[in-house]
Design a protein around this ligand. Sequence first.
Ligand code: PLP
Length: 353
Amino acid sequence: MSEMNFASDNTAGIAPDILRALAGANDGFALGYGNDERSRDVERLFAHVFERDVAVFLVTTGTAANAIALAHVSPPWGAVLCHREAHAITDECGAPEFFGGGLRLIGLPGEACKLAPQTLQNALGDELWGGPHHVSPSALSLTQATEAGTIYRLDEIAALAALAHARGLAVHMDGARFANALVRLAVTPAEMTWKSGIDVLSLGATKGGAMAAEAIVFFDPARAASMAERRKRGGDLVSKHRFLAAQFAAFFAEDYWLTLARHANSLADRLAARLAASGCKPVWPVEANIVFVIMSKDRVTKLKNAGASFYVRRSLSLPAGIEIGADESLLRLVTSFATSENEVDRFVELACR
Ligand SMILES: Cc1ncc(COP(=O)(O)O)c(C=O)c1O
């Protein structure tokens, strides 16, 4: 592995406390499929974090969390509205549609990968909805933090959720980087979810430092009826379930998840500030742990040759006035709990020299 790892937050290993918790959970025997003590504690743990009774289903990937959650809140003839760059529509190989029996994801435009209330209102006002000929809007899915590394403010979530609820839609949040948004906004998990109108959350721990642990959280447990069967049919009821539970227990213990996310965000801030000071201003405000910059292809080659790892992205919908020249590329740089200041500084020095 190179020293400058900005390809994704999943290139990092397992955060030390979580690794210790996995080793700790390895002693002795425990019943499988969530019937062990650690797993039975999980709902209590989440209820404490979210300040209300919740129904929780642990799974192993963010794709499974999104796909199974969306399938649960949408009929096969439903339409799930999301941003057109949302991971669920662009990067999950049709899993939500597959698990949802053919439900349709509909991508809407929006600056910085965020949906604006007016856009949602216009989409809902479209006359082409409803049976028997057309799909009907059944859910709204918001990504927090977004694929552009931006975040929805609480009033923005609440405004979108209110519009969705007024039309009977369920509101889902893809929280693969939930903690990064949470610490930036300095709000509580309850405030960023059910208090703002979120009905179901895909809460990611993997990118935040776990080995593989994601949770589907229903804020109205009654809504989760038959979810256990849906997860099993989805092939994601883990038999050695205690290891999923142990990861979340360590993730939440003493606000470890927030400490890890703060580190990732602060390194993204450092990266953004130093790149900007050298004339490479990030394309979008850096609000989580993702930095997008445009660089010449020569510099990209130089960085790659020096061992830096990152992805060059096709252009997302860029802000007005920003264009990628023929000899330029759009870079996505992601920091993690394990990113070091040295990595950032070395990258900037190479990128800007
Ligand atoms: C916003 C978002 N949602 C969901 C996922 C899915 O996670 P996984 O790769 O674990 O399926 C990702 C992964 O990149 C993501 O960035």
